[in-house]
Design a protein around this ligand. Structure first.
Ligand SMILES: Cc1cc2nc3c(=O)[nH]c(=O)nc-3n(C[C@H](O)[C@H](O)[C@H](O)COP(=O)(O)O)c2cc1C
Length: 186
């Protein structure tokens, strides 16, 4: 699939069909994560592939917006060693987005569950909850969890309505960008 088609088709899907995702597709999604850029190429990630229903269930209770993990075929937890560099959030977030795009290209759907800076419903830190559930060492911070599976809901690909030209400046903040030939605004 063309990259721009994948970019348009990537929509957050939170309801998944009860169909397993073949291991080779999971490996390709991980390959996409390992192809991410990282600061100084330090590659501080650790990915936890969770396909055990007994573990997916508690993860889906990590916080209110995680409930879709309950029916995901697989969840990939993005943990990053924060002792390796100070831009671990960016390193983890880019790897997560690479995985979401790879999932689309492979005919799968996904959604992002924010864990860092979020609360478990008990008021406990969601990150602490996930760390305890999966035995993640303290130096690793949990950025997010990507829930993946075959979709059980249809979402339209994004069209050009996403183009918010007022959020683009030209040479100086606030100076209107008139667009270019490519985007048909000249
Ligand atoms: C940093 C970040 C945090 C997000 N957190 C959650 C979340 O915790 N739960 C969830 O269901 N979706 C989450 N999302 C998905 C967004 O709600 C979604 O991307 C947005 O509504 C746009 O919809 P789309 O992905 O279909 O284009 C998150 C997305 C990002 C980038």
């Amino acid at each position: 699939m063309d990259l721009f088609e994948a970019l348009r088709r990537r929509r957050s899907v939170r309801r998944f069909a009860d169909i397993p995702v073949p291991g080779e597709l999971v490996d390709k999604i991980l390959l996409a994560a390992f192809l991410s850029p990282s600061s100084y190429n330090r590659r501080p990630w650790h990915f936890i592939v969770v396909d055990d229903r007994k573990t997916l269930k508690p993860l889906s209770r990590a916080k209110p917006g995680a409930i879709g993990l309950e029916n995901a075929a697989v969840a990939i937890v993005v943990a990053v060693d924060s002792s390796v560099d100070d831009v671990w959030i960016e390193d983890g977030a880019i790897a997560a987005e690479h995985m979401q795009l790879a999932a689309v290209a492979l005919g799968l759907s996904s959604f992002w569950v924010q864990i860092r800076n979020r609360k478990h419903s008990s008021g406990k830190d969601a990150e602490e909850f996930v760390r305890d559930t999966l035995g993640i060492p303290d130096e690793y911070r949990v950025v997010c969890i990507i829930g993946i599976g075959y979709p059980a809901e249809r979402k339209a690909p994004r069209g050009d309505e996403v183009l918010e030209w007022r959020k683009v400046s030209h040479n100086m903040f606030g100076k209107a960008y008139k667009g270019c030939d490519l985007c048909g605004r000249r």
